[in-house]
Design a binder for this molecule. Structure first.
Ligand SMILES: Cc1cc2nc3c(=O)[nH]c(=O)nc-3n(C[C@H](O)[C@H](O)[C@H](O)COP(=O)(O)O)c2cc1C
Ligand code: SF4
Ligand code: SF4
Length: 345
């Protein structure tokens, strides 16, 4: 029997997709006469969360980054208080459109890892549901057209309502199981992204000469990853590539240094592999060699990014770097989830 009294939603969102899902779920829940509260993970101190009352269902919603939940979501789950409530996990992934077909994203290990952490705390996992919202990863592909974004929003809104009916009636919903095999197959990539990839992507951002130093990117970053270095925004390794800053900059000055990034990565990899050949002669353990190579790669990336930051002070060099970035050109665009009033009839 279902005796649900309250729904609590925790979400993390870079460009608004996961937030939109949280708001749709909240709206559906309240319309059913059930009490509902929504919390932004980036603004919630997990250590201050009290135990949840019985008959409260918890929902955690987050985007997928590199076939996993981003670090901020994983840390939130890791420090979540112990409890015996039921939890439903939802994610927003990279959806795209071919005709009327929505191409699905990939969840990877996000649900498996979070379910494991939450079960150890005593919770009962009642659902794992992916939603293919518009892909926001505009470092690697142009922003989707407005028409596609509206289409994906509408489809996901209807899907959310369908899944909300199931979970609010107390039933389990494990739609994610249909992707289990490919999710497990990509787990090595998710590990590589977590250990190295995300640090590399953190260093792909820079502020072009268009930047007027308004400070918005520094203020709005959910993980305080942007700092001011010599009067210009500087992306630290804390950056989770959530894309919020890039899509919110009023001057569209935040770009991905495609040309320079390629040079940065190729030279970092070359130096790392040369040093690796040398280290191999002295250290036999593959694990130690891998760890050392990763550290060398990240340190080299850090040095080159510092140099790039200094070079950007020169307007001429700054313009050349921008010319080598796809994100500099209008056709590439920017992405933000669109509010309901812009697509609901
Ligand atoms: C750095 C980065 C990595 C991503 N990795 C994945 C991925 O592994 N699988 C996937 O389906 N989508 C991936 N995406 C797409 C986002 O998960 C997706 O667009 C999501 O809906 C964004 O939600 P948000 O607007 O709440 O931030 C990635 C996006 C970014 C920025
Ligand atoms: S938001 Fe844009 S214009 Fe403002 S400081 Fe950041 S990069 Fe510069
Ligand atoms: S620096 Fe930008 S992309 Fe990185 S976490 Fe902060 S807002 Fe997100």
């Amino acid at each position: 029997m279902n005796n649900l009294k309250k729904l609590i939603i925790f979400y993390f969102s870079g460009t608004g997709n996961a937030k939109q899902l949280a708001l749709w779920l909240s709206e559906t829940t309240i319309n059913k006469g059930i009490n509902c509260q929504v919390f932004d993970i980036a603004k919630t101190n997990v250590r201050l969360i009290d135990k949840f009352s019985l008959n409260t269902l918890i929902v955690i919603i987050s985007p997928i980054h590199g076939f996993n939940f981003p670090k901020i979501t994983l840390e939130f789950i890791e420090h979540f208080p112990k409890g015996k409530n039921s939890i439903v996990l939802m994610n927003t992934r990279a959806g795209m459109r071919i005709g009327r077909w929505i191409t699905p994203g990939l969840t990877g290990v996000a649900f498996l890892l979070s379910s494991f952490l939450l079960k150890r705390k005593g919770y009962k996992i009642k659902g794992q549901i992916p939603f293919d919202m518009p892909s926001n990863w505009i470092s690697i592909h142009p922003a989707l057209s407005k028409k596609t974004v509206k289409y994906l929003h509408e489809k996901n809104y209807n899907r959310l309502k369908h899944h909300a009916e199931i979970i609010l009636s107390g039933k389990s919903d494990f739609l994610a199981y249909r992707d289990l095999i490919q999710d497990i197959l990509v787990s090595p990539v998710s590990l590589a992204y977590y250990i190295v990839g995300r640090y590399a992507f953190a260093k792909s951002f820079y502020a072009s000469v268009q930047c007027n130093n308004c400070g918005l990117c520094i203020k709005q970053c959910p993980v305080n990853a942007v700092i001011d270095v010599k009067g210009r925004p500087f992306w630290t390794f804390q950056c989770e590539s959530c894309m919020k800053c890039m899509n919110s900059c009023p001057k569209k000055a935040i770009e991905t240094a495609h040309g320079l990034f390629a040079i940065l990565i190729i030279s970092s990899l070359t130096v790392t592999s040369l040093l690796y050949q040398h280290i191999k002669n002295y250290i036999q353990s593959e694990l130690i060699n891998f760890t050392l190579s990763t550290i060398i790669f990240i340190v080299f990336l850090w040095i080159l990014y510092r140099i790039q930051h200094l070079l950007l002070q020169n307007k001429f060099v700054g313009n050349i770097i921008s010319l080598l970035s796809f994100t500099h050109y209008k056709f590439w665009g920017r992405y933000k989830s669109i509010p309901d009033k812009k697509w609901k009839k």
